[in-house]
Design a protein around this ligand. Structure first.
Ligand code: 9MR
Length: 402
């Protein structure tokens, strides 16, 4: 991995030819499509992976349920990369010191290998879905930093070691950056941070992952990486890792986006900043929710009551669809321009039939159950490229016509 200024300048110099080539191929495709298809259609014989074969692998987050039935056929047709949505996280895979649950993770790996699909590993160190036992000693007291790092090392050696040569890229550390607007608080005050009394565990996790599988590409993964304050904090974390000579290859930008977030400018800035460090980028958990932020509490109400106030929901309306199509198109137009730096784009779940976003933040059931005069709570996010019947949405058409 080279992080020299020369490499940085050389890679930036390449951007212009890449844009020129993109423009040229757009012109060529446009004339080709005017014969065979149009910008309102997609080719049923091709999947996302085929449209993007000259760009990057296109992936999807999977669970055990995805490996059988209609989801599995769609995955094999459309994608050439998978990420286990939950089954390789520390808590699920390593629930106590001497217990590893390999069953689901093995099944996902076997499925992917048998279909020649790449696998991204997710993840080796996170503050969520963590293995609670790791932080406690035999008497229930907090462990020392040394013991915690030893346990982290054992965990990473076991998991990354088991799938060595099969998992091509790992999210080594997930979401270690603080979310507040306080620019002096760079790191999340997780159990990892507190017990290690600082961010050393991040360096250590990368070192262990590299030792466990020297050929795997190693990523730091986070959300809201396009928001200016968080972007700067992530930049500081990355810069420190590079200065420490940690074996990091790139950044996972999760891409849990909204209809107007990020802006094109924010997306470009985030990409420019990260790639200026000589790092690659993977969009690791892409979806674009149609849901609006919760309304602010009305004056005189308590936040709990206001939080439960239904957001009037018309479902997936034509207006929402137009905005989602435009946001997906904008994002992919930019992503293609940065093709040289981008090594994977992965969607978080298969279709609008089931997204991790559905039902979150709602609290009150909508539709008939809510009564005729009660506004529905927004409980569906409709964030993906395939609809509830697993059919290609207009957003799909927008990202494959270029
Ligand atoms: O999609 C995952 C969901 O099924 C889990 O309940 C949730 C638990 O925190 O994690 C979701 O995946 C997260 C991913 O691992 C890291 N980035 C945020 C994702 C959405 O919460």
């Amino acid at each position: 991995m080279a992080f020299s200024t020369t490499a940085k300048k050389a890679s930036r110099g390449m951007l212009l030819p890449v844009i020129a080539i993109s423009v040229l191929s757009f012109v060529q495709c446009a004339s080709k499509h005017s014969v065979t298809t149009s910008a309102t259609a997609s080719n049923p014989d091709k999947g996302l992976k085929d449209y993007y074969k000259d760009y990057f692998p296109v992936g999807v987050a999977v669970s055990m349920a995805s490996l059988h039935g209609p989801d599995s056929a769609l995955i094999v047709k459309e994608f050439n990369s998978v990420t286990p949505e939950n089954d390789m996280k520390m808590g699920p895979i390593h629930p106590s010191e001497n217990v590893y649950n390999w069953k689901n993770a093995d099944a996902i790996v076997d499925f992917a290998v048998s279909h020649h699909i790449k696998i991204r590993g997710h993840n080796l160190c996170w503050h969520n879905q963590e293995a609670a036992w790791m932080f406690k000693g035999s008497n229930g007291e907090p462990v020392t930093k040394e013991l915690l790092l030893q346990r982290l090392k054992d965990h990473i050696f076991a998991v990354a070691g088991r799938y060595k040569g099969k998992i091509y890229a790992w999210d080594v550390v997930n979401e270690a950056v603080d979310d507040s607007d306080d620019t002096t608080q760079v790191y999340r005050k997780s159990n990892w941070y507190k017990i290690c009394n600082g961010p050393d565990f991040i360096d250590s996790a990368f070192k262990y992952a590299h030792e466990a599988d020297p050929n795997a590409k190693l990523y730091y993964n986070d959300y809201n990486s396009e928001h200016p304050v968080k972007r700067e904090k992530i930049y500081k974390l990355l810069k420190k890792l590079i200065e420490d000579h940690a074996p990091i290859d790139g950044v996972g930008m999760q891409a849990h986006w909204k209809l107007n977030d990020p802006s094109p400018d924010e997306l470009r800035k985030a990409l420019d900043e990260v790639t200026s460090l000589g790092l690659k980028v993977q969009f690791t958990e892409m979806d674009i929710t149609i849901r609006l932020p919760k309304p602010n509490p009305a004056p005189g109400t308590t936040p709990a009551v206001a939080g439960a106030t239904p957001t009037p929901d018309q479902g997936y309306t034509p207006e929402v669809e137009v905005k989602q199509v435009a946001q997906y198109k904008m994002a992919f137009d930019i992503i293609r321009q940065y093709k040289k730096f981008i090594t994977n784009v992965t969607f978080w779940n298969v279709s609008d039939r089931a997204s991790w976003l559905d039902g979150r933040g709602g609290g009150i059931m909508g539709g008939a159950a809510a009564g005729v005069n009660t506004p529905r709570v927004v409980i569906k996010a409709y964030p993906l490229l395939f609809d509830e019947n697993r059919q290609r949405k207009k957003a799909y058409i927008a990202v494959v016509n270029f």
